[in-house]
Ligand binder design. Structure first.
Ligand SMILES: [Zn+2]
Length: 165
């Protein structure tokens, strides 16, 4: 079985995950680390949640105009999206920043929602996935890389059997 969500990780890491799957222990592993889901179910709650992080770490960046769980965001490489819209208002160029998160995050542990929110917020400053981008993610959440890996494990488990939570 090819593990598409973690294929960029070290072969040893992939082998460890394969072993967990073979023993039917991946779900247990994830649930052990992340036993419950969050309560941020509405777009309004999501907006407030994101604003808390923004105010804490990125107060000076462009304002957040909108946040929502969007069913159109669903592919592997776009679990969240950040749209930057510029429009002219009264002769002035206005920037609008939106964050759209895939609906699967609605029933996930809070840590995974946090990871995707931080990822999209970091794009307010860095458009590319470069060193500066990941440095900013790690500044906002020191466990950023671990959370991303565990999220990929969660998505792998979802492919094996549908629901964890
Ligand atoms: Zn990105």
């Amino acid at each position: 079985m090819e593990l598409k969500y973690i294929k960029h990780y070290h072969p040893d890491t992939q082998a460890q995950v394969q072993a967990l799957i073979k023993k039917d222990k991946l779900a247990e592993h994830i649930l052990g680390k992340y036993p419950k889901t969050h309560t941020i179910k509405t777009d309004k709650a999501l907006f407030t949640y994101i604003m808390n992080y923004k105010n804490e770490h990125m107060r000076k960046s462009d304002p957040l105009s909108k946040a929502l769980y969007d069913g159109k965001v669903q592919t592997l490489n776009a679990l969240g999206t950040h749209r930057f819209i510029s429009r002219v208002q009264g002769g002035k160029l206005k920037a609008k920043n939106e964050i759209r998160v895939a609906p699967i995050f609605r029933n996930m542990p809070e840590e995974f929602l946090r990871m995707i929110v931080i990822h999209e917020l970091a794009h307010f400053k860095e458009k590319e996935h470069n060193k500066a981008f990941y440095k900013l993610c790690e500044h906002m959440e020191p466990s950023y890389h671990q959370l991303e890996f565990d999220l990929r494990l969660y998505l792998t488990q979802m492919d094996i059997s549908t629901k964890l939570y």
